[in-house]
Design a protein around this ligand. Structure first.
Ligand code: TRP
Length: 327
């Protein structure tokens, strides 16, 4: 059987929350255990600088995200787990790809275009306040991917265009230099993966400030869950599972049997307070063992650093020879 290389990056600009866990960390770690797969997961700290220019925050986030993935069971011995800024071949390849990337294609990248459109709407100069990092982002991402010969790149819908651009730059490079140096990657958009609602019912996202921290202490976790917005139906009144953030969250952490029981409880008019207690119980049951490992790792940053350095050496064993060949 041919091995499939799967690669994805995590931008280190925030603290991991339950939405990241259910939507990215949990499925990625499960996938990394599949036979015939080589998994590459990296901390995209240089990407983070496009948005976050506070070094302490990027460093803290890098540590937290590394600790979170390790605490959730990522095995650094069987996957490639590294920090982008430890791999100098990534920026070097970025330049080689920059020289084959169509500027017109970059002009049409969604993230850049959205920033330009916002400026136009506000009557500003097209490029006001836009750094060239945002503009070059798709080339960087192409370098992240092409350097390691990834076949598949699991991403959110908003990132599909970037993977198509990576294919475009890779194909152009192969064509110009007359050799198939690069594997052309495919985006994988996992439709079945849970998108969790946040405390206000909208998608859980740092930008809505509605997240539930992944590794808060149990008392804080409970307090956050108790603050989850519900409708004003009284105890005893039947409740809708459809459109209920509470139910969706419950489903993401409960067994199918527990979920069926909760569905019945909704129909029977369970009180919101009681339903929230049960939600806290299922989340805490899943998170508690990881929280312990997370806290232990966060108390020993040098241990995380050693893992990342070993990961960088393992990744560079692939990257360095390829760059030598390209040079
Ligand atoms: N841009 C991705 C995001 O915001 C993160 C990322 C950086 C990435 N480099 C990547 C994802 C390479 C996949 C492959 O989610």
């Amino acid at each position: 059987m041919k091995t499939v290389r799967v690669l994805t990056g995590i931008t280190t600009s925030g603290t991991p929350h339950l939405g990241n866990y259910a939507g990215a960390i949990r499925p990625a770690i499960a996938a990394s255990r599949a036979a015939g797969t080589e998994s590459f997961y990296f901390l995209a700290d240089y990407h983070a600088l496009i948005k976050v220019q506070d070094p302490a925050r990027v460093q803290r986030s890098t540590l937290e995200i590394a600790a979170a993935w390790l605490a959730c069971g990522l095995d650094p011995d069987t996957v490639w787990f590294y920090r982008q800024s430890d791999i100098p071949e990534i920026p070097e390849l970025t330049w080689l790809l920059t020289c084959v990337a169509g500027k017109g294609l970059l002009n049409r990248a969604h993230a850049y275009k959205a920033a330009v459109d916002k400026n136009t709407a506000e009557g500003n100069d097209d490029d006001a306040g836009i750094n060239a990092g945002l503009f070059m982002y798709p080339v960087w991402m192409a370098a992240d991917i092409l350097l390691f010969g990834a076949h598949k790149v699991p991403v959110g819908r908003d990132q599909v265009q970037h993977i198509e651009m990576a294919r475009d730059f890779g194909a152009r490079f192969n064509h110009i230099y007359g050799h198939a140096y690069f594997t052309l990657p495919e985006a994988v958009v996992e439709e079945s993966v849970a998108t969790l609602p946040g405390l206000d019912g909208r998608k859980m996202s740092k930008s809505y400030d509605n997240t539930i921290a992944m590794f808060a202490d149990p008392a804080t976790l409970k307090k956050q869950i108790m603050a989850l917005i519900t409708d004003s139906k009284a105890p005893g009144e039947a409740k809708d599972t459809e459109g209920s953030a509470l139910f969706q969250l419950y489903q993401a952490f409960a067994t199918p049997l527990q979920t069926a029981a909760m569905r019945t409880a909704f129909a029977d008019g369970i009180a919101w307070g009681e339903a929230k207690q049960q939600l806290f119980a299922v989340i805490d049951a899943e998170i508690a063992p990881m929280r312990e490992r997370y806290n232990a790792l966060m108390a020993d940053p040098a241990a995380i650093e050693r893992i990342l350095q070993a990961g960088a050496a393992k990744a560079r064993a692939i990257a360095t020879p390829l760059l030598q060949e390209l040079r």
